[in-house]
Ligand binder design. Structure first.
Ligand SMILES: Nc1ncnc2c1ncn2[C@@H]1O[C@H](COP(=O)(O)OP(=O)(O)OP(=O)(O)O)[C@@H](O)[C@H]1O
Ligand SMILES: [Mg+2]
Length: 302
């Protein structure tokens, strides 16, 4: 039997605390929330969880603190079957934390977060042996130096590089030059160019083969080999959009691993993300492998 593909991920590993609020409050009030949920989060980590559930092997590299949150973040990733040997535990530091207030009526969420307080991941902490035996590298760009190091190695070895560009941080554009697939959030796009189409054009000009921008419930725009692909989001009974972008990227990576067309990769991303929006947290709504196989058993099947 052929070995399952291996995805090497670098980036944020968070412990998300989510709650539902009827409407986001003005300052200086007491605001009751319901449906408290604790769940692992972070763009790279959640994308890898989806890919693992869809049959890939996944290695995650990132930074935790030696606090209770870190223990839970790692335990949740271990329980999913990820290889967490790339997680570095910084002594006397705090792990990444988020509190997310979701307004189900508007499918809008507000995130308060603290980044891991420990030293960022260092290039020498990347397990190059595992990286070079992987079939894809995925980074959310948080650990700039380590990500750039891994991108260079992957690019030189012909391993596809996929970047989830949520925020226009230092080093992101250098990463773009080495990536095959670079899909940004609307926040990134607004900071980078006048329009999403312009963002795609600029990224394509830097050598990105599949350049795209996700636009929440308005869908996405992508530019592949000089061709624009623009699609609306899948209809969804959205209550919490946490993780939609993360799982959209998982869809792209799954498609790339299986040699799918760019249209089909994007379609899987959008379909899986729509399902994620229907549950609280980034991981509860990830469609399982059977649903995925059923959906794509017969061509596009949209
Ligand atoms: N309300 C929604 N209904 C259906 N699909 C959605 C909805 N929100 C998001 N999606 C799908 O998920 C994709 C990614 O969402 P979005 O653009 O919000 O990601 P993001 O900005 O990276 O956010 P995050 O990183 O917090 O998930 C969209 O392109 C769309 O296909
Ligand atoms: Mg995102």
């Amino acid at each position: 039997m052929m070995k399952a593909p291996l995805v090497f991920g670098i980036g944020q590993c968070s412990l998300d605390h989510l709650g539902l609020v009827a409407a986001y409050p003005p300052p200086d009030v007491k605001c009751e929330f319901t449906n408290l949920l604790l769940q692992g989060g972070g763009p790279a980590a959640t994308a890898l969880v989806a890919l693992k559930r869809w049959g890939a092997r996944c290695h995650i590299a990132g930074v935790l603190g030696d606090d209770g949150f870190g223990t839970q973040i790692k335990a949740l990733l271990d329980a999913e079957g990820l290889d967490t040997s790339g997680l570095q535990i910084r002594k006397q530091h705090q792990s990444q934390f988020a509190f997310i207030a979701s307004e189900p009526a508007l499918a809008r969420r507000t995130i308060f977060y603290q980044m891991p307080t420990g030293e960022p991941l260092r290039p020498e902490e990347i397990n190059t042996g595992i990286l070079l035996s992987s079939q894809a590298l995925h980074t959310d760009g948080l650990f700039t130096e380590a990500s750039l190091f891994a991108c260079r190695k992957a690019k030189a070895a012909g391993i596809p590089v996929i970047v989830d560009a949520g925020t226009l941080r230092d080093g992101m554009l250098e990463m773009a030059k080495m990536s095959d697939c670079f899909v940004t959030s609307e926040v990134f796009s607004n900071a980078f160019a006048e329009t999403p189409a312009e963002t795609c054009r600029k990224l394509a000009g830097m050598g990105v083969r599949l350049a795209g921008v996700t636009l929440g419930k308005r869908g996405y725009v992508a530019l592949v080999d000089g061709r624009f692909i623009e699609k609306e989001a899948y209809p969804a009974k959205a209550i919490d959009t946490t993780g939609c972008g993360d799982v959209f990227h998982a869809g792209l990576i799954h498609g790339i691993l299986h040699g799918w067309s760019p249209e089909k990769c994007l379609d899987l991303g959008a379909w899986a993300a729509a399902r994620v929006s229907e549950q609280m947290g980034g991981r509860s709504g990830i469609p399982d492998i059977h649903a995925l196989q059923l959906k794509y058993s017969d061509g596009m099947n949209r």
